[in-house]
Design a binder for this molecule. Structure first.
Ligand SMILES: [Zn+2]
Length: 338
């Protein structure tokens, strides 16, 4: 990653000479277009530094405290500390490829978010008051209840994919973004019932599969629940939830069945059942406790993708996973053998 501040200084100097530089503030009441700011100007105003990379067409801006904001040329997505937001319009690169033009509303949003209200440019246009969140911030965890039906159980919740690994995506829905909120809600429900919860991730990061298994094994978790969403490569008709377990693992099969049946109670979505994993999924092979991989639904089915993208359906599926896990833990003897 190469810092471009020296280049920037030259660019600004040249820009100053040619008057093609930073666009001056304009009268918003007369201007139907969103107002523009350079990334370099945003960084200077905020007292942050910016760099190109690490990926091609990527620009990052970093606060002295380590906050990280990432933009991509030609994209309206901005990632603020691993949370994705949609800008008013795309980021566009300048002619030198060393700076971005950004909507001024993005700057105002950053000022608000990082407590620098005094820097905000106003008056704000109606449409530019805020950016649209694409993934919610991780809610703070509900503290573990002292007592409850899951007291004494340690449960590892694995939100699939994350970070560089988007998982599947179809119909505008990205797997890593929908399994995280469902997993975080499951975490809170489990903790609220007295369980000790281990999360393999709580934000948009990618732990290796090996590391996810190690986390659960090291914590001697009683259960491992991996949360995913599905793609049917050759059909947009397939829909419904299903839960995989390792063949021959009886406790895992019992857990899978408990979750499937709770999901069946909670939704009208097709029930594809509890199934033996045909693929040798790493998280089911390398974990030493009863383990399941839940597929919440098919993003490749347009109607199901729409459902999966809503908080209410993510919540519903998390509630059902919780109900199934509770049923498994409290009915009959749960053992730590597979
Ligand atoms: Zn997946």
């Amino acid at each position: 990653m190469r810092t471009i501040l020296p280049l920037l200084a030259i660019a600004l100097f040249v820009a100053g000479c040619t008057s093609a530089g930073i666009i001056p503030p304009q009268d918003t009441s007369l201007d139907p277009e969103p107002r523009t700011m350079h990334l370099s100007e945003m960084a200077t105003e905020l007292g942050w530094v910016y760099e190109t990379g690490p990926q091609p067409y990527q620009f990052t801006m970093k606060s002295p405290k380590g906050d990280l904001v990432t933009f991509k040329t030609g994209s309206d997505i901005v990632i603020i500390n691993s949370t994705r937001w949609r800008q008013e319009r795309d980021s566009t690169e300048n002619q030198y490829g060393n700076d971005l033009f950004l909507p001024e509303s993005t700057f105002n949003f950053l000022c608000k978010r990082f407590g620098q209200h005094h820097l905000q440019r106003g008056p704000l246009r109606k449409s530019s008051v805020d950016l649209t969140p694409l993934t919610p911030d991780a809610p703070p965890s509900v503290p573990k209840a002292a007592d409850g039906p899951l007291k004494g159980f340690t449960i590892c919740v694995d939100a699939g994919h994350g970070g560089k690994d988007e998982g599947g995506s179809a119909n505008g829905v990205i797997e890593k973004d929908i399994v995280l909120p469902a997993s975080l809600r499951l975490r809170d429900l489990l903790a609220g019932a007295g369980a000790t919860v281990i999360m393999t991730r709580t934000s948009d990061v990618y732990p290796e599969l090996e590391d996810r298994c190690n986390m659960a094994n090291a914590a001697k978790a009683d259960l491992f629940v991996s949360v995913h969403a599905n793609i049917a490569p050759n059909s947009d008709e397939v829909a419904g939830f299903e839960v995989f377990y390792k063949g021959g693992a009886q406790q895992s099969a019992r857990l899978a069945n408990a979750i499937v049946s709770a999901m069946d109670d909670a939704t009208d979505s097709p029930n594809r059942g509890a199934k033996v994993d045909p693929r040798g999924l790493r998280v089911l092979e390398k974990t030493k406790m009863p383990a399941v991989l839940v597929e919440l639904g098919f993003m490749s089915n347009a109607a199901e993708a729409r459902r999966l993208a809503t908080k209410s359906y993510q919540d519903k599926m998390a509630d059902a996973m919780f109900a199934g896990i509770t049923q498994y833990c409290t009915k009959g003897k749960a053992t730590v053998s597979k």
